[in-house]
Design a protein around this ligand. Structure first.
Ligand SMILES: Nc1ncnc2c1ncn2[C@@H]1O[C@H](COP(=O)(O)OP(=O)(O)OP(=O)(O)O)[C@@H](O)[C@H]1O
Length: 357
């Protein structure tokens, strides 16, 4: 809750630092109340960025400004405890000997709030995450999802201007994860500070974040709303996250896109110049013989992987235009799809979408 009269100005940061072998350079901006989702491959610099925002890692250059206050300008910085930050990690790191109420009250207490007032605040926070009736439970008596909600309540009990969530749901099993995700979404909707959420799970990012920032090898490879990113991925990694086959190519005026590897893709979408082309895996059909008929793409490719996903199968294909195809389990059986076999992959030209690079 923002005290009356205190204006919240959101986040304006440029994090520049060296970490291991990589040079991190990540700019982040957000309005109060917004959630920024940071995604990226392992070791890309996501956690380093969050640690720099928290003040645990010093900036080599750049700045961190939160709520109109300069926290770090690359030379002078506020210590972590001087920053209005709430932190939640995959490991909820609750004190095992303290009941839920005192775990949550710990933050305000350590900032000098008197005991009764801190407990009152903790009670309100537990209520907001639906745990009013479990305030006396020790962490060992709570489920993993409840522990995560206590950790969230604790992170918010100090009125942070910046809430940092680093893989907050990663330790939960899929069912608990889904339920806790919706609890988290509800709580974040009522939070008026800025949230930075690091996650590997596209579903977390797509359902919780207003804005996505992809960090690869220390740099921002793409930013945008979830809708922007879903429709127009701009790196191989982002393509994989949103589940589309993505190609960088050069288009001509005849609807032909030539990829860097020499593959040819035919599309009805505008093509001239450097373009990205996407093919949804579900738009790929597989055949044992060369398909005939309307203008479409037909590539002879080799199967590199077959994995089941619910009622369908994902088939990895390598060759001139490497693809992932999503087909029914019946087709896997009927066509006898196996790693190492060659098949024809067909995609209608109308299913290939392009946009400028
Ligand atoms: N304690 C450390 N000391 C030195 N280098 C580190 C340390 N922790 C991580 N690194 C290195 O810093 C780089 C960035 O790591 P970071 O943890 O920020 O990436 P990440 O994107 O969060 O990765 P992950 O998804 O695996 O958590 C990596 O090259 C990593 O090896």
């Amino acid at each position: 809750m923002t005290p009356p009269g205190l204006r919240r100005d959101g986040l304006d940061a440029r994090v520049r630092l060296s970490r291991g072998a990589i040079e991190v350079d990540v700019a982040l901006t957000a309005e109060p109340g917004q959630v920024i989702g940071i995604l990226g491959p392992n070791g890309g610099g996501k956690t380093s960025t969050v640690l720099a925002l928290a003040g645990v890692l010093p900036l080599a250059a750049g700045h961190v400004e939160v709520g109109g206050r300069l926290w770090d300008d690359g030379r002078r910085r506020l210590a972590p405890e001087q920053r209005q930050v709430g932190l939640m990690l995959a490991d909820s790191l609750l004190f095992p000997h303290l009941r839920a109420l005192d775990n949550v009250a710990f933050g305000p207490r350590s900032r000098g709030v008197p005991r009764q007032q801190a407990r009152q605040r903790a009670r309100a926070e537990l209520e907001r995450v639906g745990l009013a009736d479990r305030e006396s439970a020790r962490p060992g008596e709570l489920s993993s999802g409840q522990q995560a909600r206590v950790a969230l309540a604790r992170a918010l009990a100090t009125d942070p201007a910046l809430l940092l969530l680093d893989e907050p749901l990663a330790a939960l099993d899929p069912d608990t994860r889904a339920r806790t995700r919706s609890d988290l979404a509800a709580r974040l909707a009522a939070y008026d500070g800025v949230t930075v959420l690091v996650t590997h799970d596209p579903l977390d990012a797509l359902t919780l974040a207003d804005h996505l920032v992809f960090v690869e090898d220390g740099k921002v490879s793409q930013t945008g709303t979830p809708a922007d990113v879903l429709s127009e991925p701009r790196s191989a990694y982002v393509g994989t996250v949103v589940g589309l086959n993505l190609y960088a190519g050069q288009g001509d005026s005849h609807g032909h896109v030539r990829t860097a590897d020499g593959g040819l893709i035919v599309t009805t979408s505008p093509t001239e110049g450097p373009v990205w082309a996407t093919v949804p895996p579900s738009a790929v059909s597989l055949h044992l013989h060369e398909p005939e008929g309307s203008p479409r793409n037909a590539w002879r490719l080799r199967i590199s992987a077959v994995t089941m996903q619910g009622q369908s199968a994902r088939v990895g294909l390598v060759g001139g235009v490497p693809l992932t195809a999503e087909v029914t389990l019946e087709s896997v059986t009927a066509l006898g799809l196996q790693v190492g076999h060659d098949v024809w992959a067909a995609v209608k030209a109308t299913e290939v979408r392009t946009y400028p690079r």
